[in-house]
Design a binder for this molecule. Structure first.
Ligand code: NAP
Length: 220
């Protein structure tokens, strides 16, 4: 499965790039927006392409089997940039995937993402993510939305709690999120689902097969 990772130079994207590269059946390509970031990907052995999601990256899409959106404007930018990247650039990528025939789309969202979020802390972020998620749900793409709790840089435990609606918030190491993304890609029953995930007591593989069943093999 040839996969473009949008946001590859980010914390999750970097971990995910390395893991996917070592995983049989997956052939990742990192989308980065500065050619100086290429050194890191060359060292990882992962091919990379340079492009900006806000400007559009449709030229890289033909021939891909899947796209993962793990980009984000980050906590240091204002609400306008959040709308530009987390919402509008994500939707642009969905539309371009539809046009290019890249059917599989895995979105990294967040617990609480909702176009009508009333959060007092990160309302603009949760609304932007929620609008993007809604657009994805109404698309023709074979989508999966992975919605983690607050991400932390600690080493992964390999154990999580997953549900379509957990009903509570929590934390998740980025390394575990990367493994959850891979588990979703491997299980075609994740298509059309939103899966919330936080740290928990179940091994990642078991948690996903418990929620989704065994699933069909991933698209070639
Ligand atoms: N932080 C949390 O607690 C939390 C919780 C739930 C979900 N999430 C979501 O998890 C995902 C990954 O998070 P993370 O911690 O890995 O984020 P991160 O380290 O901030 O990485 C985001 C990446 O997006 C890239 N990017 C931003 N704008 C772009 C553009 N216009 N074109 C191309 N690339 C662009 C950045 O590029 P540069 O490297 O060039 O800056 C960066 O590499 C995000 O979608 C985030 O919203 C985060």
């Amino acid at each position: 499965m040839k996969i473009l990772i949008a946001g590859a130079n980010g914390k999750v994207g970097t971990i995910l790039s390395g893991k996917l590269w070592g995983h049989s059946g997956f052939s990742p390509v990192g989308l980065i927006r500065d050619s100086r970031q290429q050194t890191k990907f060359t060292a990882l052995g992962v091919p990379s392409v340079v492009g900006d999601l806000e400007e559009g990256i449709s030229s890289f899409l033909p021939g891909l089997d899947a796209v993962i959106f793990t980009a984000g404007s980050g906590g240091r930018t204002g609400p306008d940039k959040t709308t530009d990247v987390d919402q509008n650039a994500a939707i642009k990528l969905m539309l371009d995937c539809e046009s290019a025939g890249v059917r599989r789309f895995l979105m990294v969202s967040a617990i609480g993402a909702d176009p009508n979020s009333e959060s007092t802390r990160i309302q603009h972020y949760l609304r932007a993510k929620g609008v993007a998620d809604s657009r994805l749900r109404s698309s023709k793409l074979d989508y999966t939305i992975i919605a983690p709790g607050s991400l932390i840089d600690e080493r992964g435990t390999g154990r999580v709690q997953v549900a379509e609606n957990l009903g509570f918030h929590g934390y998740l190491p980025r390394e575990d999120l990367a493994d959850c993304i891979i588990e979703s890609l491997k299980n075609f029953n994740s298509v059309g689902k939103t899966i919330q995930v936080v740290s928990g007591g179940q091994k990642i593989k078991e948690a996903f097969s418990g929620l989704l069943g065994g699933g069909l093999p991933p698209i070639a």
